[in-house]
Design a protein around this ligand. Sequence first.
Ligand SMILES: CNc1ncnc2c1ncn2[C@@H]1O[C@H](COP(=O)(O)O)[C@@H](O)[C@H]1O
Ligand SMILES: [Zn+2]
Length: 363
Amino acid sequence: MEMEGWVSMPKVELHAHLNGSVRDSTLLELARVLGEKGVIVFSDVEHVILKNERSLTEVFRLFDLIHILTTDHKIITRITKEVIEDFASENVVYLELRTTPKKNESIGMSKRSYLEAVLEGIKAVNTVDVAFRPHNADVSNVKRSSLINDTCNGSTRKKIYVRLLLSIDRRETTEAAMETVKLALEMRDLGVVGIDLSGNPIVGEWMTFFPALKFAREQGLYITLHCGEVPNPKEIRAMLDLLPQRIGHACCFEEEEWKRLKSLNIPVEICLTSNIRTNSVRSIEVHHFADLYNSKHPLVICTDDSGVFSTSVSKEYNLAASAFGLGRREIFQLARNAIEYIFADDEVKRELKEIFNSAELDQ
Ligand SMILES: CNc1ncnc2c1ncn2[C@@H]1O[C@H](COP(=O)(O)O)[C@@H](O)[C@H]1O
Ligand SMILES: [Zn+2]
């Protein structure tokens, strides 16, 4: 099937890091500006941005560079808007965007002001109807669901639901992680629905983050964890014991961990290109997607970092279809199934099902 066929299909994206999803053109523009100011040497940075093959270590070095380029409230607002527009333009109808709130005293940035800049970006997407609904409020009181953005894209209006997950970086302390969870709780009415644990998987100890994650869970925030991106059976077991509502990756699982995951039926966010590029999985032929799909385990196909890995949800659907011999109907079904794993209320799920039902006629 042509790429256009995947683009026109409604899609659900549940694993996308804000700073990993920035367009190359924006990164290069930002690098040029910082180069002119003498903060960085543009020619040094240019090839790092445009490089395609990257190890896991190089990916995290690139994130450190991207974070230098995006250090500014205005830029955070801009990239949030662009990332949402990019997903909307390929017919992602529901997006859970995740980002790590950052503190930078030298420019007066707190975790809260960082998050406010992100929320500004969501609002800046050409919006017809953004009604922020209080958590668990009676939906009949609200005109339409919260955080729906209609983006004008040529002549077609593309509607996208956006929800936010706040990430804890594995470099952070217990206190910093707790601060992020408290911020998520305060910003619940504004579209923050959950917490993610991410960052370089070889950095940090599970017990550092555990108190904050446990607290988040007790407070009713949804939890998704980067789990098993590198081999670490002890940590994988501890993560599954927390009973997160979803996990990301699950690349380096052994027999025992597969059994546990399957018996718990925890949905897995699958990021094919990311796993191959970072070498977390040797090749697409041996990717665990096939086993999970064949055993009907809940899964959702996601991008991880569409900017860093030069991908899109449409490209990931296309890759899954060609690598595992799936047709348009099977991929459509996978996307529709993902509605069950989103961190939003039943009203949003119902509306998304309607969108998929009306699109099904065109399939
Ligand atoms: C490739 N696999 C991955 N594994 C683990 N964490 C990852 C990741 N890709 C991205 N991140 C996490 O997301 C941050 C960038 O977005 P934000 O600054 O939060 O918007 C990275 O710094 C890292 O912590
Ligand atoms: Zn990720």
